[in-house]
Design a protein around this ligand. Structure first.
Ligand code: IFM
Length: 699
């Protein structure tokens, strides 16, 4: 089974994608897949989970730690790209989460080979380890600099007011402090016998390399922050002093990853490309899973940097949760506890808009704080921020939280989260929708007006089909669950929820065509093709949505919307699914990495695995292929795509294998793509790990 992904040759244009493609992480931190001499110019980053900072009025975003694995050999740097690169390769082994790099540079006295192996410890999440080896073809004297890099890559920084460096008992320590008193400490134990100078976090030395011999430098580093403990400096120092050596840490790493893979590995006989792509996706989901935390969730760009402000979106509940439930149920619980813990933030947001209940942040940061600004895209032509309505109108976010809690309960059979506050969350979300619904005097129908559905190119629409059904699901879930748990629900209130759920407008399938209108008036918009709309762009980075975006006045949509409804909530006839798939797919730009998997799932529901297959690969290979959308207007949105990774898992499990949970058991309704002869994997369900094996009948 393939476990290694490799890219040969040096192409600076690939630096951003490679940083994502070769990411290593352990849920506490993510280290971009960049060579050890890269700094901010190469987007090197040690991105931290759950700790954020706002510099002045700029966007609040997660902190990157000072990079404690910096190493540079003078004259042999990809970052400098002096035209002396003879060969170069990056690779990642998903079996044990190790990143590798090998480069040969031509230097005046001979050839210098630099090899680098590093990992974020899965066994001890505060630790990072790296081994750099040098080998020269002739005798060389090379100046080296190694240590903690003071240059931190920030999108909306700089976040640190100061970074203080010290060297104590052979350990380099960096204390990075923000203006609101947050501290990030990095400690590094770097073994070298050569005499060195120390300045600004870096050791400098001259290495005399004899031809053919191998020289190894081992880095053991630790990161702690003030969000972890009262004395992060002491904790980081102790962690590196008490840590075993590189080889022992690597052995721990292999054993930790082995046990994760025991639960997660997917075997697809007959299609090595799909097998690798799925497992690579699962690798990413495991690398960013907050196994160490009780109530932490997973950001939309994982731990690949500060894009999307390191925030938690609906991506987690709607696209990633199935994987965590199936392979890491304790992580699924942590992501939902995050929502329970951030209920006060959601209530505050609702109150700010004059609404009741819980309006979860569209881009949720610590404490449920809203990270999304009113101006979320920068216009390419004017350079001015554009008013977007994601923050205030994507009200389907609260229903996503309810959907996740309900799914957790159904899949695990464990109502612990309901008792821990989940039921109150559901109640507050129902209250939120009640406070938003309107009723026309002359009609018996209730409306949800002025919303943005999953398709972000059409803002401020009325009765978005997806949003209305998710709101109805929320109201009904509150009615059925709240009476069973200690909440402050009043019986009259629950009766009002039931009434509202019965009267909220449903976008019905058209009696002739079966197509569901995405929102009131959608069918009246210009029916232009995606290509025709694309041809109207004056700049490739132009934003398609907003008031004047090229798609806004057409039927071209950014991502699955009605199709997401059909899959997520189900309950529609197959003919309706078929009609909507055929209608919406050609009108969808798939401008979000969340889109393809939903279409793939619907294609499987209507028995078209061959149409599902390329959409499935698009999701599973989102970070292998790279090159996804990097810009929304002038705002950088690159990074890894964990929702696409989770979507690929959903397509495999619920699409191609057709898994349906039934009480404590399950059934399979497979529609395997051509060439797949056997699929096997484990899935946790109701507290038991189940083995799923699906074999194609010989043709
Ligand atoms: O949550 C998504 C949204 O649906 C489309 N834009 C990107 C967000 C983060 O992935």
């Amino acid at each position: 089974m393939q476990t290694v992904i490799e890219k040969k040759g040096y192409d600076p244009a690939q630096n951003a994608d490679n940083g994502n493609r070769f990411l290593t992480g352990n849920g506490y931190m993510g280290v971009r897949g960049t060579p050890c001499e890269f700094g901010p110019e190469g987007m090197a980053a040690v991105n931290l989970a759950g700790i954020y900072h706002q510099k002045g009025d700029a966007w609040r975003e997660p902190l990157n730690a000072p990079n404690p694995l910096y190493f540079e050999a003078e004259g042999a740097s990809l970052a400098a790209d002096a035209g002396n690169i003879l060969s170069h390769a990056l690779s990642l082994d998903i079996a044990d989460g190790t990143f590798h790099r090998e480069t040969a540079f031509s230097l005046p006295g001979g050839v210098l080979h630099i090899a680098q192996e590093r990992f974020c410890s899965m066994a001890q999440v505060h630790l990072l380890a790296q081994r750099v080896t040098l080998r020269a073809s002739g005798s060389l004297s090379v100046s080296l600099r190694a240590g903690i890099d003071s240059r931190v890559w920030d999108i909306h920084g700089p976040h640190y007011d100061r970074i203080d460096f010290a060297r104590e008992d052979g350990v380099i320590v960096a204390d990075a402090v923000t203006d609101d008193g947050k501290t990030v400490c990095a400690a590094l134990r770097l073994c070298t016998d050569e005499p060195c100078a120390f300045s600004g976090g870096l050791l400098s030395l001259t290495a005399g390399l004899r031809g053919g011999e191998v020289y190894a430098y081992e880095f053991i580093a630790a990161i702690y922050t003030s969000a972890d403990c009262a004395d992060p400096r002491g904790a980081a120092l102790r962690a590196v002093q008490e840590s075993p050596g590189y080889d022992a840490l690597l052995a721990q790493q292999r054993s930790a990853w082995n046990s994760l893979w025991d639960d997660a590995r997917v075997i697809i006989d007959g299609d090595p490309r799909a097998e690798f792509a799925v497992n690579y996706s699962l690798y990413h989901l495991m690398s960013i899973a907050p196994r160490h935390a009780r109530d932490l969730s997973v950001p939309a760009r994982g731990l690949s940097g500060q894009t999307y402000k390191g925030a938690i979106f609906w991506d987690t509940e709607m696209f990633m949760l199935d994987f965590y439930l199936g392979a890491m149920p304790q992580v699924a619980a942590s992501t939902l506890r995050y929502r329970i813990a951030t209920l006060p933030g959601a209530k505050k947001k609702a109150a700010e808009y004059g609404l009741s209940g819980a309006f979860y942040a569209w881009e949720s940061q610590e404490g449920g704080r809203e990270g999304c600004s009113d101006y979320n895209v920068t216009d390419v032509f004017t350079g001015r921020p554009m008013r977007t309505f994601f923050r205030d109108k994507q009200i389907h976010i609260s229903a996503a939280v309810v959907y996740g809690l309900k799914k957790y309960f159904e899949r695990t059979g464990d109502d612990g989260l309901m008792r821990e506050g989940g039921a109150q969350v559901i109640l507050e979300c129902a209250r939120f929708y009640m406070s938003l619904m309107t009723k026309r005097i002359l009609s018996d129908t209730y409306d949800l007006c002025d919303v943005v559905g999953p398709d972000e190119y059409h803002e401020r629409v009325c009765n978005n089909a997806y949003t209305n059904e998710m709101a109805r699901m929320t109201l009904r879930t509150a009615c059925s669950l709240c009476p069973q748990y200690a909440t402050d629900a009043h019986p009259d209130e629950l009766a009002a929820f039931a009434d509202a759920a019965g009267h909220l407008k449903r976008q019905q399938p058209d009696p002739q065509t079966g197509v569901i209108e995405q929102f009131d008036g959608y069918f009246a918009l210009e029916d232009a093709s995606v290509d025709a709309v694309r041809a109207r762009l004056k700049d490739p980075r132009e934003y398609w949505g907003g008031a004047y975006g090229v798609a806004a006045h057409t039927q071209v949509i950014k991502q699955a919307d009605v199709i997401a409804l059909l899959y997520m909530l189900g309950g529609y006839d197959r003919s309706v699914t078929e009609a909507n798939y055929d209608y919406y797919e050609p009108r969808t730009e798939h401008g979000s990495s969340l889109s393809a998997c939903m279409y793939a799932l619907c294609a499987c529901m209507i028995g078209r695995p061959e149409e599902a297959y390329p959409l499935f690969l698009k999701s599973a290979e989102a970070d292998i292929q790279g090159g996804g959308k990097q810009w929304a207007g002038l705002v950088y949105i690159g990074g890894t795509h964990p929702a696409a990774a989770g979507g690929a898992y959903m397509v495999l499990l619920f699409g191609f294998l057709g898994l349906r949970f039934e009480g404590d058991g399950f059934s399979l309704h497979p529609c395997l793509p051509k060439g797949w002869t056997r699929v096997s994997m484990n899935v946790w369900h109701r507290g038991t790990r189940r083995r799923i094996v699906c074999e194609a009948l010989p043709s």
